[in-house]
Design a protein around this ligand. Structure first.
Ligand SMILES: CC(C)(COP(=O)(O)OP(=O)(O)OC[C@H]1O[C@@H](n2cnc3c(N)ncnc32)[C@H](O)[C@@H]1OP(=O)(O)O)[C@@H](O)C(=O)NCCC(=O)NCCS
Length: 185
């Protein structure tokens, strides 16, 4: 899916929301390597990010050209700040009403209200695409993300204890969250 570019101001800064371009594949791979190194709350360690430019281009084109996936980049005063995305969870007709979302900003752009804005924008598109519920996984201890998701309307619906084992030998749970999409939310 694609959306038209959107511009607005937040805390005196110019924010741009738009879809990714295939020529930004390199930027997106480097972003993934950086954000995974900045927090233990994403899906992998930085040294495990090994996407090729071709794979990333195909990821970008796949999202832009599909009608049930969206990749949304956010820029702050012209600087790439991170992205959020949704994908259908359909494996068969039975789960085609469910979408999953993900979001990660560079640390320097966190804590300023940007996550809430782009997440709400993303969820609007999830709804427009006809999904009935939206789901996510948050790592236990990621209190900022958990608070944000709860305040938007997600509810915790399950936990996988010790789903993540870190190289230092510590563990963290995966918390599963879901939000039903209705006309009013
Ligand atoms: C999680 C993330 C997307 C949130 O976006 P953000 O722009 O930082 O969040 P916002 O500033 O919009 O909102 C954060 C909210 O959490 C609150 N918060 C911040 N730190 C908190 C903490 N330690 N405990 C509880 N709440 C906290 C803020 O007060 C704010 O709530 P409020 O609007 O009710 O005051 C962003 O921090 C991020 O990308 N982090 C790194 C990657 C990551 O963790 N991704 C999520 C994977 S599930």
């Amino acid at each position: 899916m694609r959306i038209n570019e959107e511009r607005f101001e937040l805390n005196g800064k110019n924010i741009l929301l738009r879809c990714a371009r295939p020529d930004e594949a390199d930027m997106l791979i480097n972003y993934l390597k950086t954000v995974t190194g900045e927090t233990r709350f994403l899906m992998a360690d930085a040294d495990e990010i090994s996407y090729t430019i071709e794979q990333e281009k195909s990821f970008i084109n796949g999202h832009n050209d599909s009608d049930d996936q969206l990749l949304l980049l956010v820029f702050v005063d012209g600087e790439y700040a991170g992205n959020c995305s949704f994908d259908s969870k359909a494996v068969s007709r039975r789960n085609a009403h469910r979408a999953g979302i993900g979001i990660a900003l560079f640390q320097k752009h966190t804590g300023q209200g940007l996550g809430r804005i782009i997440l709400n924008r993303l969820i609007k598109e999830v709804k427009n695409a006809g999904f009935e519920q939206v789901e996510l996984t948050v790592v236990g201890g990621n209190d900022r993300a958990y608070h944000l998701y709860k305040s938007i309307g997600f509810v915790e619906c399950g936990r996988i204890p010790n789903a993540n084992k870190y190289q230092d030998g510590t563990y963290a749970d995966d918390i599963l969250m879901v939000m039903k999409l209705t006309k009013s939310n």
